[in-house]
Write a protein that binds this ligand. Structure first.
Ligand code: ADP
Ligand code: MG
Length: 147
């Protein structure tokens, strides 16, 4: 099993699908990071910890996959950091640890249903990450050795 899985990369522009307009911006990793994923990390929704540059470590949810709702043709890793940032952070290094799996990817009949699912993913992430064995990863050296 590949979890916890640590990785980092520069935040690149996504497809401008308006995640931010939904109130749920997702920071995209470049293909180089996506292509390095171990084979046993299946597509779906994950929870974990994330930090931007040398900043604080926050809870996150990440979607790995083909984004069926948008009929994507490309695999992607999109991280929503559970924190309100003052500014965008395109070009900065995002460090993440994938801690656990929430659910497989699926498509939704409406935007409302998609948003509701993401909000329930966020609530599950917040709760699971409070478990001691998950919370300790927040303090992992991985997040302090960003140069
Ligand atoms: P894109 O299609 O370029 O990914 P989004 O609407 O998904 O556009 O917005 C993602 C961008 O929003 C990120 O690259 C980042 O710079 C910024 N951002 C601001 N707050 C957050 C957050 N809490 N989580 C993720 N990205 C955020
Ligand atoms: Mg995005």
């Amino acid at each position: 099993k590949s979890l916890p899985y640590f990785c980092r990369g520069e935040v690149v522009r996504g497809f401008g699908r308006g995640s931010k307009e939904l109130g749920i911006p997702t920071a995209n990793f470049p293909d180089s990071v996506v292509d390095n994923l171990p084979a046993d990390i299946s597509t779906g929704i994950y929870y974990g910890w994330a930090c931007v540059g040398n900043g604080d470590v926050y809870k996150m949810v990440m979607s790995i996959g083909w984004n069926p709702y948008y009929k994507n043709t490309k695999k992607s890793m999109e991280t929503h950091v559970i924190h309100k940032f003052k500014e965008d952070f395109y070009g900065e290094v995002l460090s993440v640890v994938l801690v656990g799996y929430i659910r497989p990817e699926r498509s939704f009949n409406s935007l409302e249903a998609l948003i509701a699912a993401i909000n329930s993913d966020i609530e599950e992430a917040k709760m699971k990450l409070e478990l001691p064995e998950h919370h300790k990863l927040k303090d992992d050296n991985f997040f302090t050795s960003t140069t």
